[in-house]
Design a protein. Structure first.
Length: 149
């Protein structure tokens, strides 16, 4: 399992092979190479993979916008599919449309290598407060402690 340059581990998206290309205050970009195990029954990249990719790229956009390295939760997300993803690579971009103290409203687009729109998403994301991050970290650390039998 690899860690991105920001030190955040997301095992599921690493398993899928989603790669972070860019994260700035304005947007984030990710890519995914076509693999047989990510396809649906008629040979296109599965819609659930595309939804995961869009969720991830919007969360990276939130991190870049706020300048934080972790603690972003998806509150709500809606995806519209325009066409099948049959190419060798999918590129997705996410942007923050409006940001508040702890909530961000985002949009994301997945496109094929020729730039054709595959899917469009809108999402609402919540930033975890420092105290929430500490609680989450403490709970994770407690889970990792050896258990007595």
């Amino acid at each position: 399992m690899t860690t991105n340059p920001y030190g955040i581990k997301i095992p599921f998206t690493e398993h899928l092979g989603v790669q972070l290309l860019e994260m700035t205050r304005e947007h984030a970009r990710v890519s995914l190479a076509r693999r047989p195990e990510l396809l649906n029954s008629w040979g296109a990249t599965h819609g659930g993979v595309l939804m995961t990719m869009l969720d991830l790229v919007m969360s990276w956009a939130v991190r870049g916008h706020y300048g934080i390295a972790g603690g972003v939760l998806t509150v709500d997300m809606s995806v519209g599919f325009m066409k099948a993803a049959t190419g060798e690579r999918i590129l997705a971009e996410g942007r923050v449309l409006h940001s508040g103290k702890s909530t961000a409203f985002c949009e994301g687009e997945a496109r094929d290598e020729q730039g054709a729109l595959i899917a469009k998403a809108i999402g609402t994301f919540k930033l975890l407060a420092d105290k929430d991050r500490k609680k989450e970290g403490a709970a994770r650390a407690a889970e990792e402690l050896p258990r007595r039998v």
